[in-house]
Design a protein around this ligand. Structure first.
Ligand code: FEO
Length: 399
């Protein structure tokens, strides 16, 4: 049975949700599922904006068929051809053999690499090109590396709808509610939106900034992303989040303690540290066990906060592997502009502090607090002064 939502008087959401996929990109846990959004415009020409993942293709085809209601499909605009969206392009071609595909040169190259049979039906567009579908005229805006090289966004100049590809997307399946004003975004969605952005697009902040600059010149009234809710109110709220994230600016002055503990001693020290912050009036403190928190969540939180304290045991004369993995991901995603501090622990040949420090000094615009706390197996009275000094330094740097 089809399941669609009306977006504007002649635009329909025809996507679907996958609640059975455990790992997005086979790496990021999505306990709340994910939506794959596709939009169908009924103008003088019929235009489908992007397709969906293979997993929900049957639902999608029913949706498209229902909204077309016997009309042919004239155009398929592909803003982003990554397989979580492009997987069903060939199925659309099979069902609607006269459809023309509009996309970028790079997108068609990638489609051919993936083996898609698209010859004879492509219309290549470049940044700034326009096209009329009847009442609606659209402008194609290149969005390279947000987050694939072929990506573009399409702006409908007639009604101000921006088809934003992965930009402004979020993890999380849609439970009937499509629009941002139908959900409590701040309560139920922002964490998944941040985790989606930071892990999927986070590395490409400069490219997102370039897209945001282009967007300033557009009179955007609605944002239709490929994942998550459609934005039709309070656009500034989400654009501001994207602006902060893509500039690698923290959302708030807050302390995040990430600890690696084998037998609970480093964890105990981390708790003692958190307590000291709270007693000093810094209440926005969070603690994460690096072993039991998925790295995508750690990355998301690291984008949110201003200050990060790494507390790690030494393992095989190196950094504890899950902590190392977190640091490598942080570096791979280009994370920067954070203030960090280090607590090391080791029963013999303690190395983790120096090694974490080396790692951080190799990253862009990271400030490492000089005071380092060294624990020998467990925290004791001898460490209290160093711990207090570290807390003071961090509080001072938060001013
Ligand atoms: Fe949702 Fe980059 O694909």
């Amino acid at each position: 049975m089809y399941c669609v939502r009306k977006v504007t008087e002649d635009l329909y959401w025809v996507g679907g949700n996958d609640r059975r996929l455990a790992l997005f990109e086979n790496i990021h846990p999505i306990p709340r599922g994910v939506s794959y959004n596709s939009y169908l415009l009924l103008d003088e020409k019929t235009v489908l904006f992007d397709t969906i993942d293979w997993s929900i293709c049957r639902q999608f085809l029913e949706n498209v068929q229902a909204v077309l209601n016997g009309r042919p499909l004239d155009y398929l605009v592909i803003n982003h051809m990554e397989p979580d969206h492009g997987a069903s392009i060939e199925e659309i071609i099979l069902r609607y053999p006269d459809v023309k595909i509009i996309s970028t040169e790079k997108s068609f190259l990638l489609m051919r690499q993936f083996g898609f049979k698209i010859d004879g039906r492509i219309e290549e567009v470049a940044d700034g090109d326009t096209k009329s579908f009847g009442k609606h005229e659209v402008t194609f805006v290149a969005a390279p590396m947000v987050h694939w090289p072929e990506a573009m966004v399409t702006f409908d100049t007639t009604n101000g709808v921006l088809f934003s590809a992965d930009a402004f997307g979020s993890f999380g399946a849609l439970d009937g509610k499509l629009f941002n004003d139908e959900v409590n975004f701040e309560r139920d969605w922002i964490d998944d939106a941040r985790r989606y952005y930071t892990n999927i697009v986070g590395k490409y902040g400069t490219h997102v900034q370039a897209l945001l600059k282009k967007a300033i010149g557009l009179d955007i009234k609605m944002i239709c992303p490929l994942h998550g809710p459609v934005w039709r109110t309070d656009l500034g709220y989400f654009i501001d989040k994207y602006d902060k994230w893509s500039r690698y600016e923290p959302e708030e002055k807050a302390v995040m303690i990430v600890y690696a503990s084998m037998y609970g001693n480093t964890e105990s020290a981390a708790t003692s540290l958190a307590t000291k912050f709270v007693e000093k009036g810094i209440k926005n403190v969070v603690m994460y066990d690096v072993s039991s928190t998925h790295v995508s969540q750690l990355i998301s939180e690291t984008f949110r906060v201003s200050h990060v304290i790494l507390a790690s045991v030494t393992y095989n004369l190196g950094i504890y592997p899950p902590m190392h993995n977190y640091l490598m991901d942080m570096k791979a995603l280009n994370l920067q502009k954070r203030t960090l501090a280090i607590i090391e622990n080791g029963s013999w040949a303690c190395k983790s502090g120096d090694l974490m420090g080396e790692f951080l000094y190799g990253m862009k615009e990271m400030t490492v607090i000089e005071e380092k706390v060294s624990l020998v197996s467990s925290m004791n009275e001898n460490n209290v002064t160093d711990m207090d000094s570290l807390v003071e330094s961090i509080i001072e740097s938060m001013k």
